[in-house]
Design a binder for this molecule. Structure first.
Ligand code: PEP
Ligand code: MN
Length: 288
């Protein structure tokens, strides 16, 4: 009897946009943030508070994360808060504090830009521009950061499909900026036990179809401090090029997202575990 070979088409079910498509750059893209490379064999950890609150909070937290091995500092100055009555961030004052602590620690800084009118301002202080989940489909903003010559951290929209996520990145590359890092930060599902459902399957998917580096945010992905270490380790095990995590020197007192922020001690312990996970998967933890 004749055997019929059945070739299962390896197909994403949608077409991968040109500029982000791995076929256009099979070796992968490395994004360089002031000398820190994301997308190579080293796994890069970005850490810091959800929001910049004051000079003491920022300094204590920044020095602690640096000592534990973080390579890039995170901290929001313009915060996209669900409630207009909650702390909205320190704005430009917060950006100035970030710049100052960046000089003191040597850590490059990533911070969110929410509005096309703020891009120049934020780019004047930050080393990498963050586009938050809520703005992943803000096309004028994507075009604006695409015109900057600064790396961009693009977070997945909370209801975005992989196709929509890649198309959002394509908007940035279309403007000539290929220094884009994709960040899986959890999506909305029927599940309410966690803040979001961290879609770790997005990591191998995105890396398969696109040449852009992929990192994971287990803080917003779970919303629960005690779950962050487990999901951070899982993210590295499944191929993430880095992590972005919230750390606060006193999580109980945080003005924003304290319940999902690690203490400096918890962060330190996690970094030791990540060192082991990275070597188990043939990579290494980036250290300064
Ligand atoms: C953040 O990282 O500060 C943030 C607000 O995250 P997201 O846009 O993923 O909600
Ligand atoms: Mn936060």
């Amino acid at each position: 009897m004749e055997t019929i070979s059945c070739i299962v088409p390896h197909d994403a079910g949608f077409s991968i946009p040109d500029k982000v498509n791995r076929e256009t750059r099979p070796e992968g893209t490395r994004v360089n943030i002031m000398g820190v490379e994301v997308g190579g064999t080293e796994v890069v950890v970005i850490a810091g508070p959800c929001a910049v609150e004051n000079a003491e909070q920022l300094a204590e937290t920044s020095h602690a994360v640096k000592e534990s091995g973080a390579r890039i500092l995170r901290g929001g100055a313009f915060k996209p808060r669900t409630s207009p009555y909650k702390f909205q961030g320190l704005g430009e004052e917060g950006l100035k504090m970030l710049k100052q602590i960046s000089r003191a620690t040597g850590l490059p800084v990533v911070t969110e830009v929410m509005d096309t009118r703020q891009v120049e301002l934020v780019a004047g202080y930050a080393d990498m521009l963050q586009i938050g989940s809520r703005n992943m489909q803000n096309y004028p903003l994507l075009k604006e950061v695409g015109m900057m010559r600064k790396p961009v951290l693009l977070k997945r929209g909370m209801m975005a499909t992989i196709e929509e996520f890649l198309l959002a990145a394509e908007y940035i590359l279309n403007q000539g900026n290929d220094q884009v890092i994709l960040c899986e930060r959890g999506i909305r599902t029927f599940e309410t036990a966690t803040r979001n459902t961290l879609d770790l399957s997005a990591v191998p998917l995105l890396k398969h179809y696109s040449h852009l580096p992929v990192i994971v945010d287990p803080s917003h992905g779970t919303g629960l401090r005690w779950m962050v270490p487990a999901m951070a380790k899982a993210a590295v095990a499944c191929g993430a090029d880095g992590l972005i995590m919230e750390v606060h020197y006193n999580p109980e007192k945080a003005l924003c997202d304290g319940h999902q922020s690690l203490s400096p001690d918890e962060f330190n312990l996690l970094m030791r575990d990540l060192d082991k996970i990275t070597s188990a998967v043939g990579r290494s933890l980036s250290v300064s």
